[in-house]
Write a protein that binds this ligand. Structure first.
Ligand SMILES: [Zn+2]
Ligand SMILES: [Zn+2]
Ligand SMILES: [Zn+2]
Length: 363
């Protein structure tokens, strides 16, 4: 797509937020060790009689927990998951045997049916609809945290396409309220706090500022020598008034995009109704760009927000909520799973440029 091919890159990039995570960027031809995932056919079917998530089939799912704008004529609907990973019955209290610990599998697992249209993708939903969906995420998070003090984390995520683990093709999101904080979220929160204590600045805010204003300097990890300077504006995929979509400098997935509020905020629950509109627009446009470049993407989508509880009360200045969109374009290899070092065969700079160059219709 991009006319001028960039010089080939072969380097290990350390994730600036989580130094424990790194990616090998190796763009030379023949470096493609993986099997590419099939692209999912864009489904245009609006309704399927046999689909439990389609309009009119409400009796095929557990009862409605919440629905917008109304239960009868819903556009977004929340139900209990038929096969919950975590449930309300607790069998035993955190048993401890030596090094191996068990936390009781208490929690809630809900499904959000994103739209009453069977085959619609995020980038084809209206901004108004996405505002309803994103407000539904906020509403459920808030309610689930309030419902039970044992809930330490509410994870909102979405799997789209079989390679991303979606079992039902009708577009939906999931919410898991759990008694533990997932390790990757703890890592983000802790590394961000270390950065804050050292530099008195939120690392995510710094990355956004760099992306918008400065050149970044890449230092050699051992010698501390300047390796090169890069124009970091090249990581911006989409910019709204309140939100930004960026292609991270070091990310596990080749087409990974992060969406973040431009103004510092740790908690997704604090997004104002006015800001929801910009979040919806930026997400819609970022997804449209992804669709135009990689077409029919299968992806995982995670919402990372500050965990609840006193333990994290002093992390509000250092943590910054965000959405991670991780397209699954190829299957991770044994090397990647075994080493934890993910391989990217397209440089993040080229990926961002391709995404940015797409001409979108006005929305
Ligand atoms: Zn359906
Ligand atoms: Zn911040
Ligand atoms: Zn995250």
């Amino acid at each position: 797509m991009s006319k001028k091919p960039s010089p080939s890159v072969r380097e290990i990039r350390i994730n600036p937020v989580m130094p424990s995570e790194s990616v090998l960027v190796a763009t030379a031809r023949g470096m493609r060790p993986r099997k590419e995932e099939e692209r999912v056919e864009q489904k245009t079917v609006e309704h399927k009689d046999t689909c439990p998530f389609c309009l009119g089939n409400e009796d095929k799912t557990p009862p409605t927990i919440a629905a917008w704008p109304s239960e009868k004529n819903w556009a977004v609907r929340v139900v209990e998951n038929l096969y919950p990973i975590l449930g309300e019955d607790s069998q035993n209290d955190g048993l401890v045997f030596g090094l191996q610990q068990v936390v009781e599998g208490y929690g809630r697992h809900e499904v959000i049916i994103d739209h009453n249209n069977h085959g619609i993708a995020i980038h084809n939903m209206s901004v108004e609809h996405l505002m309803t969906l994103f407000s539904a995420y906020r509403d459920r998070m808030e309610k689930l945290y309030k419902a039970d003090p044992r809930i330490q984390y509410v994870l909102v995520f979405k799997n789209f396409g079989p390679a991303a683990g979606a079992s039902i093709p009708h577009t939906h999101s999931q919410i898991i309220a759990m008694p533990v904080v997932p390790e990757n979220v703890i890592n983000e929160v802790e590394y961000a706090k270390i950065h804050f204590d050292k530099h008195h600045q939120c690392i995510y805010c710094s990355l956004i500022n760099e992306a918008l204003t400065f050149e970044a300097t890449i230092y050699d990890r051992d010698s501390g020598e300047i390796k090169r300077k890069i124009d970091v504006g090249q990581y911006v995929v989409e910019r709204g008034e309140k939100f930004i979509a960026i292609k991270p400098f070091a990310s596990r997935y080749e087409w990974e995009i992060h969406i973040m509020p431009l103004n510092h905020s740790a908690d997704y629950v604090d997004v104002s109704p006015e800001d929801m509109e910009d979040l919806a627009r930026v997400t819609r446009r970022a997804m449209a760009r992804l669709d135009a470049v990689i077409g029919g993407a299968q992806y995982n989508f995670f919402l990372h927000s500050i965990p609840q509880g006193d333990k994290y009360a002093d992390c509000h200045s250092s943590y910054h909520w965000h959405i991670e969109i991780c397209p699954r374009t190829s299957i991770p290899t044994g090397f990647e799973l075994g080493s934890g070092l993910f391989v990217s065969t397209i440089s993040p700079e080229d990926a961002a440029q391709q995404l940015r160059e797409i001409q979108l219709d006005e929305d």
